[in-house]
Design a protein around this ligand. Structure first.
Ligand code: S3P
Length: 172
């Protein structure tokens, strides 16, 4: 069993992944944290030292390594499925869930978030909403290939999410 959570920054992949892993008795890995540990640098440091291009190479390498892990839920970085052949690898090695939310919901969560994200640094709510709107339109092509799409235009309780998830994957 290997489950990939994919979706835009701020869509709740890590929070949801941790909860699901606990409920299903699986391990959990946050890909950004894995990249940071493997490279002894934070994500902002990697962007500062090697640019987005360098980060994408390390991200691809991390994904290849993680695609060997068993009984695991992997919260991928927001851009991970959208570069190289990464989405192909995700589809070939596990089940994927796209956590889908509107630009406004994502922008609000990102404004409230404490995590430093180089791609959106310094943007206010309006700028963020516009940026998300534009980049999400490009990324949707990859996200939409997920095996299962969970929409967050309404608030679901953890319990409701879990019921949806169990049904989608035929788990008891
Ligand atoms: C990125 C998302 C981030 C992180 C990096 C780039 C992106 O992960 O990988 O800052 O391109 O969307 P989260 O989705 O966990 O914020």
């Amino acid at each position: 069993m290997r489950i990939y959570l994919i979706g835009y920054m701020g869509s709740g992949k890590s929070t949801m992944g941790r909860g699901l892993a606990k409920n299903l008795g699986l391990s959990f890995v946050d890909m950004d944290q894995y990249i940071e540990k493997r490279n002894f640098k934070t994500i902002p440091q990697i962007f500062a030292d090697s640019g987005e291009e360098g980060f994408r190479r390390l991200e691809q390498k991390a994904l290849i390594e993680l695609s060997d892990f068993e009984n695991i839920i992997i919260a991928t970085g927001g851009g991970a499925p959208c570069f190289f052949e990464n989405m192909k690898l995700i589809k070939n090695t596990g089940k994927s869930i796209y956590l889908k939310a509107t630009p406004r919901i994502l922008a609000q969560r990102l404004v409230d978030s404490k995590v430093e994200r180089p791609l959106i640094k310094g943007k206010n709510f309006e700028e963020l909403t516009e940026f998300i709107h534009n980049t999400l339109a490009l990324r949707e092509e990859w996200y939409a290939q997920a095996d299962f799409i969970l929409e967050f235009d309404t608030d679901l309780t953890d319990e409701e999410v879990l019921v949806k998830f169990h049904k989608a994957f035929g788990l008891s």
